[in-house]
Ligand binder design. Structure first.
Ligand SMILES: Cc1cc2nc3c(=O)[nH]c(=O)nc-3n(C[C@H](O)[C@H](O)[C@H](O)COP(=O)(O)O)c2cc1C
Length: 297
């Protein structure tokens, strides 16, 4: 069976929609699930509406994309109905939030009130000052934020970590009170226009995602799984079922898919799930848990 349970949340399959890709609207999240996603993670939502950066905010490169959207989002007070639409369809939904230290608890409580199944803390956006990586690179701050939310909120808390750090295990340890870890967010990167002779994105630096970052994500999952016994959701460069299986063998219990949706549309969810099922049949695995972490030595 490809169904999995993470921190008490039952997922009919382990392939989820990643935060930030076609998930600002309830309707598109429902569409992802109807095309086979086992659950959805919302766009990261903050306290107030934000427009993000001016164009260009996304650039396609050979091995993926680099984005610096700037956490554009409608603000938490305008997001209730989007969650409602997803929940009405019986789809597991994880509410992603970002903020400064004080915002996180308030946002998590609102998400809980709106009925999400879990909250995912975006501690890792690489291109917005004060809201992302700076928080996620500070183990004490991460621990403080998670402890505070765990005291005030009753649903599971997932911590999404940044790969833009020397030792991901150290930051993962500081997030050990979370109910699951989500590894990884985008990798800090730039791309240069050789004729304009300057970086292409309006914000200069952005977050790299897609096939090129898969080995980086895999290593993060592997290293953390080796040292810690905490559910891990793998994300980064998953394009097909083999990529998903690699993440599971490295220690993930579930995976998220983002950039691949730009390449293949939502049908990628069904294809990845079919591939995982066939692999399990061939290898004689009955559950995801039977092969999660098998590659970790
Ligand atoms: C356009 C875009 C927007 C994103 N926005 C968010 C976001 O709001 N919150 C977040 O936690 N991650 C965000 N991400 C990161 C993805 O959720 C994911 O961690 C990353 O892209 C790696 O997975 P992928 O290679 O499958 O895309 C975004 C990624 C992209 C490409």
């Amino acid at each position: 069976m490809v169904s999995v349970e993470i921190s008490g949340i039952k997922l009919k399959n382990p392939v989820l929609l990643a935060s930030g890709i076609m998930d600002e609207q309830g309707d598109s999240m429902v569409k992802a699930a109807k095309n086979g996603a086992g659950g959805v993670v919302t766009k990261s939502i903050g306290k107030e509406e934000r427009n993000g950066y001016k164009n260009p905010v996304v650039i396609e490169i050979d091995t993926g994309i680099i984005n610096a959207i700037g956490l554009a989002n409608p603000g938490i007070d305008n997001f209730k109905d989007e969650i409602k639409k997803v929940k009405e369809n019986g789809i597991p939904v994880i509410g992603s939030i970002f903020g400064n230290k004080d915002d996180f608890t308030l946002l998590a409580k609102k998400m809980e009130e709106y009925g999400v199944d879990a909250v995912e803390l975006n501690l890792s956006c690489p291109h917005v000052k004060g809201f992302g990586s700076e928080i996620g690179q500070d183990p004490e701050l991460v621990e403080e934020i998670i402890n505070e939310i765990k005291r005030k909120v009753n649903i599971p808390i997932f911590a999404k970590l940044t790969p833009n750090i020397t030792n991901i295990v150290e930051i993962a340890m500081s997030a050990s009170k979370a109910d699951a870890l989500v590894l990884i967010n985008t990798v800090k990167a730039i791309s240069i226009d050789i004729y304009a002779k300057r970086p292409i994105l309006s914000n200069y630096v952005g977050g790299y995602s897609g096939p090129g970052i898969k080995p980086i994500g895999l290593r993060a999952v592997y290293d953390v799984r080796k040292e810690m016994d905490i559910p891990i959701i793998g994300v980064g460069g998953i394009n097909n079922w083999k990529d998903a299986v690699e993440y599971i063998l490295a220690g993930a219990k579930a995976v998220q898919v983002g950039t691949a949706i730009y390449y293949y549309g939502f049908s990628v969810f069904r294809k990845i799930n079919e591939g995982i099922e066939k692999y399990m049949e061939k290898e004689g695995f009955n559950t995801i848990d039977e092969f999660s972490g098998l590659a970790v030595k």
